[in-house]
Design a protein around this ligand. Structure first.
Ligand code: COA
Length: 175
């Protein structure tokens, strides 16, 4: 097991979070619904706001993997304030830098994320979408007990190519 530390970032480290997120969007355009251009356009205030709400667990949280002072991975989730939807969380922004893959870092982050979501009493289940052409990510979610719900065809268009998304979910607390 690698010695990566799984941490929450204080808002003052927003530049590192921005660098990692933009690296993920640049390297893996088919893995995320946002494009690099979408998020390169964000102002500093948007990045600081993202880090601040995540730090306060204000309807979202993100866990980062830090190795020798460098951020090498992230895994986030958000949930809604609306009364009818506040029991449902959504996992997003799961990424590990290519040089650090296959060492269990995503598993460490996802495990921590699910533990922390389970500790929030109002949350009962967590869902996600994953590109059907990303087997490592699909296997990761299956190993953590996510079940397949179905496939949405041609949901992402990246450089003119269509991609299907798989919907997956799992419970957070016992019924
Ligand atoms: C999907 C992704 C996050 C997985 O990250 P990762 O850190 O490599 O994942 P893990 O190491 O936890 O698990 C991956 C594999 O490594 C294996 N592994 C775990 N610990 C290991 C270790 N110490 N040594 C070697 N292999 C190990 C796991 O068994 C797993 O194997 P399997 O998938 O064949 O079952 C990464 O590939 C990625 O960033 N992909 C691009 C972005 C993406 O698709 N994100 C998902 C968006 S929904």
């Amino acid at each position: 097991m690698t010695a990566a530390e799984i941490i929450v970032l204080p808002p003052e480290r927003w530049r590192q979070a921005k660098t990692l997120r933009l690296e993920a969007l640049r390297r893996e355009p088919a893995a995320f619904a946002s494009s690099l251009a979408d998020e390169q356009a964000f102002s500093d205030e948007v990045w600081i706001g993202r880090l601040t709400t995540a730090f306060q667990r204000d309807h979202n949280m993100t866990w980062y993997a830090e190795l020798k002072g460098e951020l090498v991975g992230m895994a986030g989730a958000y949930w809604q304030a609306r009364e009818k939807r506040r029991h449902v969380a959504t996992v997003y922004s799961v990424y590990v830098a290519p040089a650090q893959r296959g060492k269990g870092i995503a598993s460490q982050m996802l495990g921590r994320l699910l533990d922390e979501l389970s500790a929030l009493q109002h949350l009962e289940k967590v869902g996600l979408t994953v590109n059907s052409a990303c087997p490592p990510a699909i296997r990761l979610y299956e190993r953590f007990g996510f079940e397949h719900l179905g496939r949405a065809r041609r949901e992402l268009r990246v450089d003119g190519q269509n991609h299907d998304l798989l919907y997956m979910e799992r419970r957070l607390q016992s019924p």
